[in-house]
Design a protein around this ligand. Structure first.
Ligand SMILES: *Cc1c(COP(=O)(O)O)cnc(C)c1O
Length: 394
């Protein structure tokens, strides 16, 4: 049974009445534009000439030799403008906003990476940009706040509640309800009410489409495994989606953090339970009363108490396997890639890499493992250096 906006039992649209009209308008516009040739060619041009697509599929020969098993390839989303896959979605939705006649874009951001990508996309497309950010996050992520402001975005610190992402989301929704005529709400991952999970997945699927062609070219066949980290799940669904009908094993890697208890990890699929978060029915980290739990990950982009509903569905059907990798393993993987390949990965995909580092030695040498390297690691230098000092390693 295929119900609109559902992935099996998951997804849907659990929102106040005031948002239904805006979501309907978005759905109608997207349905019209997704196959419009001028929309598609404009987005393709931006992705190519502005963002830097296609990104390479790099054979990590040193890492492969070190591990002594399957061949490891890296899909180099870290080489994109802005340093991560988030620009794929930001450009797609900003272009959609402009085509819908909305001159103003709002977004919310936690670690600031999505805010920066949105500010870039709005600058290049001539849109006004307002980014809501919890006051605590504004303090913790000051470099990204500076970037957003230099890119012409207005950053609004949110002082209510815990002064973090969930308060910023509330504020962004309040703004959207008030200004829906002129304003587009640009969501940063494949989460939220229908149609966002589908829109974000479609814009990120360029990763998997390229990867498919590149693997066929390099190896004459599809990869055996594709591994990606899962925060909200957009880079993972982007690389997985074009392989869903193929005999390719897909693994999503969540943030195992520093323990199993609530507040110590961000592994919604592996350790959460079913519930509604931000307008969708999915897996959520919550207590027995349904209160959303605190989360922790060394990777700021994975630190989210929910996950996109399509991943919940792919877990239930068993098509994708989800595992959790802890902070320490991700940090070790960061160093391993730095030393073997001369690449500093973001701590988010370092989780996926850590899983591949475990997996590859157990596989025959003719198998192929692709890791989605969703972003670069410069933003994590201080975190990694502090950890090295504590460990006395390096
Ligand atoms: C934001 C971010 C993520 C997590 O978001 P997804 O929607 O799960 O992809 C992963 N990697 C990087 C580099 C990020 O910036």
């Amino acid at each position: 049974m295929k119900v609109r906006g559902r992935f099996g039992r998951f997804g849907g649209r659990y929102v106040p009445e005031t948002l239904v009209e805006a979501l309907d308008e978005l759905e109608r516009s997207y349905e019209e534009l997704r196959d419009d040739s001028s929309f598609r060619s404009e987005l393709e041009r931006l992705l190519r000439d502005y963002a830097g697509r296609p990104t390479p599929l790099y054979f990590a020969s040193n890492l492969t030799k070190l591990l002594g098993g399957a061949k490891v390839y890296l899909k180099r989303e870290d080489l994109l403008h802005g340093g991560a896959h988030k620009i794929n979605n930001a450009l797609g939705q900003a272009l959609l906003a402009r085509r819908m006649g909305k001159r103003r874009v709002i977004a919310e951001t936690g670690a600031g990476q999505h805010g920066v990508a949105t500010a870039m996309a709005c600058a290049v497309l001539g849109l006004k940009c307002t980014v809501y950010m919890g006051e605590l996050d504004v303090e913790r992520q000051s470099a990204n706040v500076k970037r957003m402001r230099l890119l012409g975005a207005e950053v609004v610190p949110v002082r209510s509640g815990t002064r973090t992402l969930k308060d910023a989301i509330n504020e962004a929704i309040r703004d959207w309800v008030t200004n829906v005529e002129t304003t587009y709400y640009l969501l940063g991952s494949c989460v939220g009410p229908h149609p966002y999970p589908t829109i974000v997945r479609d814009f990120q699927s360029v990763i998997g489409r390229e990867c498919r062609c590149q693997a066929l070219e390099a190896e004459g066949r599809l990869p055996d495994w594709v591994v990606a980290c899962v925060g909200g799940g957009s880079n993972a669904i982007g690389i997985f989606h074009p392989f869903l009908e193929d005999p390719v094993k897909l693994v999503g890697v969540e943030a195992g953090g520093r323990g199993e208890g609530i507040g110590e990890h961000a592994a919604s699929l592996c350790r959460g339970t079913e519930g509604v978060l931000h307008g969708a029915y999915t897996y959520v980290i919550q207590d027995e009363d349904g209160q959303v739990g605190e989360t922790w990950s060394v990777a700021p982009g994975l630190d989210y108490p929910g996950v996109g509903p399509e991943h919940a569905y792919l877990k239930e059907t068993g098509r994708v396997e989800y595992v959790a990798v802890d902070d320490a393993s991700a940090l070790r993987a960061y160093l391993t890639l730095a030393r073997t390949e001369g690449i500093l990965p973001a701590l988010e995909p370092a989780h996926a890499l850590a899983h591949a580092i475990e997996l590859a030695p157990t596989l025959p040498k003719d198998e192929v493992v692709v890791v989605n390297l969703s972003g670069r690691g410069d933003k994590d230098l201080d975190t990694v250096l502090r950890w090295l000092e504590l460990e006395g390693a390096g």
